[in-house]
Design a protein around this ligand. Structure first.
Ligand SMILES: C[S@@+](CC[C@H](N)C(=O)[O-])C[C@H]1O[C@@H](n2cnc3c(N)ncnc32)[C@H](O)[C@@H]1O
Length: 283
């Protein structure tokens, strides 16, 4: 088959399985399979695939038809200015999470600190910690996760990006492994409530780690702990930045206000207009 024919066939199969990004997924998987890129495919639509290429592409499409995310099939995901290795021990970093990186950089820009100490709780693939490391070379970053398997992925990513000396990875529950105080604490914690978890798309619920998503009955469990405990790990005038679900800004804002530990509390929306990051400064 030619590139054009096989993309046409795979797109129809994926559409039939209700996958909304069918054409894009077919192109990305074929490019991955051919060790090429989508532009090259578009430039050579009549190129013939050999048997081995067709077989491996069909195996990828079979996985996608079972709703496995494209990033787990290719083992990589673009985030910020780099590509991260991912597997199903880590949440696939979302473009929305770049908002917390932008906000962290804005805070550091507005309130400069020499060699800031930064803590990333629940680092997963290392996405936020590594983006901050790449943008703030003087920063000393600690990144924690409860999952040893996630940390193994994050460490590999740090090594691949040449940031393994700048980011220290520690295993443990929330703040337990952290030492000292920080200028900035960032976290994209699990925030899916029990009810919402059941309604997640198959590609998320069946493939992404539950520990990265599930946050108790209300979805607010982690925010309660992070907001209360962060005060002991923040320097005076240090900042806490949390990624939040689109409908959680009021509750999380209330939490920050109720503790009376923070001022300058503010919420930032993502590019779709949904509340995405809340920040507060330790009084
Ligand atoms: C929503 S994911 C975020 C991953 C990554 N920071 C990102 O933004 O792509 C939440 C992460 O928190 C970790 N996690 C869950 N419970 C935790 C806990 N009690 N202490 C530390 N990390 C935890 C999960 O393993 C997961 O990697």
């Amino acid at each position: 088959m030619t590139i054009r024919e096989i993309i046409f066939q795979a797109t129809a199969q994926l559409e039939g399985a209700g996958i909304p990004s069918a054409r894009l997924d077919a192109e990305v998987l074929l490019a991955f399979c051919l060790n090429s890129d989508r532009l090259e495919l578009m430039k050579n639509p009549e190129k013939l695939l050999d048997n081995a290429e067709q077989t491996s592409f069909c195996a990828f499409i079979a996985r996608r038809l079972r709703h496995e995310p494209v990033a787990y099939i290719t083992g990589r995901k673009a985030f910020w200015s780099f590509t991260l290795e991912v597997n199903n021990d880590v949440l696939i970093p979302r473009p929305d999470t770049e908002v917390i990186v932008e906000e962290a950089l804005a805070v550091l820009n507005a309130h400069p600190v020499d060699q800031p100490r930064i803590l990333d709780i629940g680092t997963g693939s290392g996405a936020i910690a590594l983006a901050l490391a790449s943008e703030v070379p003087g920063a000393q970053i600690t990144a924690t996760d409860i999952s040893d398997m996630a940390l193994a992925v994050a460490k590999k990513n740090a090594l691949a990006l040449g940031r393994d000396q700048q980011v220290t990875f520690l295993q443990g529950n929330l703040f337990t492994p952290a030492h000292g105080t920080f200028d900035l604490i960032v976290s994209n914690p699990p925030y899916i409530s029990a009810g919402e978890y059941e309604t997640l798309p198959a590609g998320v619920k069946d493939f992404e780690p539950r520990v990265a998503l599930f946050a108790g009955k209300s979805g607010l469990e982690f925010y309660e702990n992070l907001v209360y405990q962060a005060k002991d790990y923040l320097k005076e005038k240090g900042w806490l930045l949390l990624e939040i679900g689109g409908k959680q800004s009021r509750e999380v804002r209330n939490l920050l206000e109720m503790t009376e530990f923070y001022d300058s509390i503010d919420v930032r929306a993502d590019y779709a207009g949904l509340s995405r990051v809340i920040k507060g400064r330790r009084k």
